[in-house]
Design a protein around this ligand. Structure first.
Ligand code: HMN
Length: 289
């Protein structure tokens, strides 16, 4: 399990329901046009933490049905409600997702023993592999190198999705855990992470810009850093604009311009500002998305 994985964007209608036809098209776009190596399903980019258990299950089901075995599929099942995490983990495992991932439990400032218990419980109950999802800037959970090691003792924990700009920790992890998978999570920092020999990356912008991400990753692996830097510069011009216009809303709007109705975001996320539509049309054209 390696390479560029899109953190799948999910289209919702005005009532917050999944637009199944568009979700299938977004999956196909990722496979056929962006040619990503896999999908990370029900992550932050899928607005997972705003969804009911039923909707999360439906998304797992539709995505697997559309993608079949064409690419690798990772199911993010993490939840503050451990029973829900286990239920979703069992569901995704039955659907034959390649592995599970779970965000570190947040909000209540759990201590490390509690975090460890959370991961080991999900693994024990689902009997599947686990990729830890560490995203300290959103969860407030910062784990040390030694704590990662304590988790990694469990062989079913195959690695980490590391969404942080801490390149010292990233480098230390790569050196200490050569056999574990490390996926970076900030698309705008793909190249510096790739220099530290990550196994892949998981990101939201790959849904529309996956080809460039694949090029950056490949060039970095080939040691062609100057060429990779050029593509990262272009990529970051795009990401800067996407962040300015609103992350998930703008990715959905890009799909809209490309003929896929990606709907809107779950409340309380706001809708895309229609006055900015021409900006997105210009982005699609300029970056050849
Ligand atoms: C997910 O869980 O959906 C993604 O893996 C999260 C991923 O790390 C993205 N982070 C967030 O959306 C918070 C990045 O792709 C991010 O969107 C991108 O680097 C732009 O900042």
């Amino acid at each position: 399990m390696k390479g560029i994985f899109s953190a799948l964007i999910v289209p919702f209608d005005e009532s917050g329901n999944i637009i199944e036809g568009s979700l299938r098209k977004i999956v196909r776009h990722n496979i056929d046009v962006c040619e990503v190596d896999g999908l990370y399903v029900n992550g932050s980019s899928g607005e997972n933490f705003l969804l009911s258990t039923d909707k999360k299950k439906k998304i797992f089901e539709i995505v697997k049905d559309e993608a079949k075995d064409d690419i690798q599929l990772i199911a993010q099942v993490g939840s503050l409600n451990l029973d829900e995490a286990i239920e979703l983990g069992k569901y995704a495992t039955e659907l034959k997702y390649d592995c599970l991932s779970a965000v570190t439990p947040f909000y209540y400032k759990f201590d490390f023993e509690e975090i460890k218990d959370y991961y080991f419980s999900i693994i024990r109950e689902t009997k599947n592999k686990m990729l830890i999802y560490s995203i300290p800037f959103l969860t407030g959970v910062n784990m040390s190198l030694d704590q990662f090691e304590e988790l990694f003792v469990n062989e079913d924990i195959i690695g980490v999705k590391f969404t942080a700009a801490d390149f010292f920790l990233l480098e230390r992890m790569r050196k200490r855990f050569p056999e574990k998978l490390i996926f970076s999570g900030f698309d705008e920092m793909l190249l510096p992470a790739a220099i530290y020999e990550i196994d892949g990356a998981i990101g939201s912008t790959f849904n529309v810009n996956g080809k460039r991400a694949k090029e950056i990753f490949q060039l970095a692996q080939d040691g062609k850093i100057i060429e990779a830097k050029e593509i990262q510069h272009t990529t970051n011009d795009l990401i800067e604009k996407i962040l300015e216009l609103g992350l998930y809303q703008t990715i959905k709007e890009i799909f809209h311009v490309k003929g896929i109705d990606a709907g809107q975001c779950q409340k309380p996320m706001k809708n895309f500002n229609p006055e900015k539509r021409t900006d997105v049309e210009a982005l699609v054209k300029h970056f050849n998305l």
